[in-house]
Design a protein around this ligand. Structure first.
Ligand code: GTP
Ligand code: MG
Length: 387
């Protein structure tokens, strides 16, 4: 008997096709991984991926991203399978979106759109909501003309040109006003948060960082016995959570924050910078890595680049390789081989754990204690007798 899907009776989820290009500077394997991640993003946004199209190109087509033959192939599939959305793996220019929508006659999204959509659903606090709204408006601004040309097409171009242009102009002014309002609002929120943070700077501050879905919130929950939302979706966490944790009488602050991802829209990084203050101001970073993910090394590179962006690479960093329970042994690399070669190449501390199976958590706690205690003693030379 076929398994009845839960959503049979609900509104059926939107059906998506994914489209990516393979340029000479990336491998097929890499692009496959990007597209798997894109499918995960679609899933997180509530859609289902029906099919994936790739094309090898020197560079993306200026007008339609992929070549016209490929676009015909995609169009035929869309028509026969009644697809609702086409999602492109890279950011499209406004004119590319327009051209592709003309061809495919369905909704066209790019990776940035999708991430913004997920962020908008996840945002809970005033700060996150304001940041996402700001990013959305900044994304929209250069695309205003596109929306208007759609209207023009419906109503006929002649005679619409005048009002059309002034409409765009007034829309643009409205959006610019809204953007500066949101920026003011963010400044205010930042100030409040800064005061809050100043009030607790006495304690050593430790921040969990890492790619999305690696287990940061799960680790915070374990260490702080908190109840932070963790699930197998991308960007489960958007807001920063700070908890006081005590290990062997040594108190410190542990924070959990938004996960990183490759090809994160530039606006979004900018807008989320203040959320990441916690990372910037931390004494110790715990870089959590999902070692069971086939692309974990590339994910580490993406995280390190974002940390560089935030001027946070010079801090003490503990690397936590999580999900060792789910590690799939490669042809010739066992987890011990990897561990040995990692330890040989890197001098910074690292531990290999499973948060869900509670393996080697004591090692992680001991490491945090050792490093946090050193900072604490430096800050409070006469306090050490207490611990
Ligand atoms: N197999 C396995 N799964 C784990 C482990 N740790 C966490 N997970 C699972 O990985 C998924 C993501 O965990 P989260 O703690 O939400 O990850 P996160 O890094 O906070 O993710 P975002 O907030 O989305 O960036 C959840 O389904 C967890 O149950 C582990 O050690 N082993
Ligand atoms: Mg999380």
């Amino acid at each position: 008997m076929a398994v009845k899907k839960l959503y049979d009776t609900a509104i059926s989820p939107e059906k998506a096709v994914l489209i990516g290009v393979i340029t000479p500077d990336e491998s097929e394997e890499q692009e496959r991984e990007y597209l798997e991640e894109l499918a995960f993003l679609v899933d997180t946004a509530g859609g289902v991926t029906q099919h994936t199209f790739t094309q090898k190109v020197q560079r993306p087509d200026r007008a339609t991203f992929v070549g016209s033959g490929k676009l015909d192939e995609i169009k035929a599939y869309i028509d026969s399978e009644e697809i609702d959305i086409a999602v492109f793996d890279d950011e499209l220019s406004p004119s590319q979106v327009r051209n592709i929508e003309n061809e495919l006659q369905i909704k066209v999204l790019d990776r940035s759109n999708l991430i913004l959509d997920i962020f908008a659903r996840r945002a809970q606090t005033a700060q996150a909501k304001t940041q996402v709204e700001l990013a959305q408006l900044q994304y929209l601004l250069p695309r205003l003309t596109r929306m208007w040309t759609h209207l023009e097409r419906q109503k006929g171009g002649i005679g619409m040109r005048g009002p059309g242009e002034s409409q765009i102009e007034s829309d643009r002014r409205l959006i610019l006003n809204k953007i500066s309002l949101l920026k003011e609002k963010l400044k205010l929120i930042d100030k409040q948060n800064e005061t809050q943070r100043k009030n607790r700077t006495q304690l050593v501050r430790v921040a969990l960082v890492g790619y999305t879905n690696v287990g940061k919130s799960t680790i915070l929950n374990l260490l702080a016995k908190a109840e932070v939302f963790a699930e197998n979706k991308l960007f489960a966490t958007l807001d920063t959570t700070v908890r006081k944790v005590v290990i062997d009488n040594l108190p410190f602050l542990l924070s959990d924050t938004v996960g990183f991802i490759r090809k994160l829209p530039h606006h979004l990084v900018e807008c989320f910078k203040s959320t990441l203050d916690e990372v910037r101001e931390a004494d110790i970073l715990i870089h959590v890595v999902d070692i069971s993910h086939p692309g974990f090394e590339e994910q580490m590179v993406a995280v390190n680049e974002t940390l560089k962006d935030l001027d946070a690479v010079d801090k003490t960093i503990i690397t936590v390789f999580n999900k060792i329970d789910a590690y799939q042994q490669g042809v010739d690399t066992s987890i011990d081989d990897f561990k040995n070669s990692w330890m040989a190449k890197h001098s910074s501390p690292a531990v290999f754990i499973s948060a869900t199976e509670k393996q080697h958590l004591d090692e992680l706690k001991a490491l945090i204690y050792q490093l946090a205690a050193a900072i604490h003693t430096k800050r409070y030379p006469y306090d050490h007798l207490l611990y």
